[in-house]
Design a protein around this ligand. Structure first.
Ligand SMILES: C[S@@+](CC[C@H](N)C(=O)[O-])C[C@H]1O[C@@H](n2cnc3c(N)ncnc32)[C@H](O)[C@@H]1O
Length: 219
C-alpha cells in the first residue's frame, strides 16, 4: 500500500478545518456559486485554491493560461497570488459573468483576459500571436474529452520549466474502477497513462481534492 493517508470521518473534518485560510472574497464567491445548485461541484476546493496560490507564488508565475474558468475561483485565487496576466478559456457566458463580477470586486479584472471560446481555439490564437514558449503555468480544468489537446497545447505555450496542473485526475475514484468506461473516465485514464510515460515532463499526481497532476516541462 502507498503512504498517502485516506481522509474519512473525523480526520476529513479536521483536515477541512486546518488545510488553509480562505480569503474572504474567495469564500464569498464559493457561497454565491453554491447557489447554482449541483453545478457548484465543478468549483475547485479551498485547499486546492490555496495549493495553487502557493505554487504561483513559489514559482513567481507571471503568465498563466486556464482552461475551464466557471465562476472564477481558480483564476481569482491565482490572480490574488500575484499572477500578472491570466488568459482564461471558457464557453459559458453565464458562468463567467459571475467570474467577471468577482474579478472586478477583487481589483484584478485588468489582469485577466477571458476568451469566451473553446480551449483549442484559444490555444491556436495564442500560438498565432507568437506566445509559444512564454507561459509560466497552465491549469487544465475544462471538458475532459479535451484534456489531451489542452495538455499538448500547454506544452507548446509553456516556457521550459513551466508547470501544467491537470485537475480531476483521480475523477472521483472512477479511474481505478474497470467497470467505468464512459468517455470522460476513459479520456482521463488515457491522459494519466500518457503523462506517466512522458519524458517531456517531470510529474507528481497530488491526491488533493479530485486529484491534481503537476507536470513540469523539462525543456
Ligand atoms: C470544472 S469547471 C472549471 C472550474 C474552475 N476552474 C473553478 O475553479 O471554479 C469546467 C468549466 O469548463 C467549461 N468548458 C466546457 N467545455 C469547454 C471547452 N471546450 N473549452 C473551454 N471551457 C470549457 C465549462 O463551461 C465550465 O465552466
Amino acid at each position: 500500500m502507498g503512504k498517502t493517508i485516506g481522509l474519512t470521518g473525523a480526520l476529513e473534518a479536521y483536515y477541512a478545518a486546518h488545510a488553509c485560510r480562505e480569503a474572504p472574497i474567495l469564500a464569498e464567491l464559493r457561497r454565491e456559486t453554491a447557489r447554482l445548485g449541483g453545478e457548484a461541484q465543478m468549483q475547485i476546493g479551498p485547499e486546492q485554491g490555496a495549493f495553487m496560490s502557493l505554487l504561483v507564488r513559489l514559482m513567481g508565475a507571471r503568465k498563466v493560461i486556464e482552461f475551464g474558468t466557471f465562476t472564477g475561483y481558480s483564476s481569482l485565487a491565482m490572480a490574488l497570488a500575484g499572477a500578472g496576466r491570466i488568459t482564461c478559456a471558457d464557453v459559458s457566458k453565464d458562468f463567467t459573468d459571475i467570474a467577471r463580477r468577482y474579478w472586478q470586486k477583487a481589483g484584478v479584472a485588468e489582469r485577466i483576459d477571458l476568451h469566451l471560446d473553446g480551449g483549442n481555439a484559444v490555444i491556436a490564437r495564442c500560438l498565432a500571436a507568437g506566445e509559444g514558449g512564454s507561459y509560466d503555468l497552465a491549469f487544465i480544468d475544462a471538458d475532459k474529452s479535451g484534456y489531451d489537446g489542452y495538455y499538448e497545447g500547454s506544452l507548446l505555450l509553456l516556457r521550459p520549466g513551466g508547470l501544467i496542473l491537470v485537475d480531476n485526475t483521480l475523477w472521483d475514484g472512477d479511474v481505478a474502477d474497470p467497470m467505468k468506461q464512459d468517455a470522460d473516465t476513459v479520456a482521463i485514464r488515457a491522459l494519466n497513462d500518457k503523462i506517466l510515460a512522458d519524458d517531456r515532463v517531470e510529474i507528481c499526481l497530488v491526491p488533493i481534492c479530485d486529484g491534481l497532476t503537476m507536470a513540469r516541462k523539462i525543456s
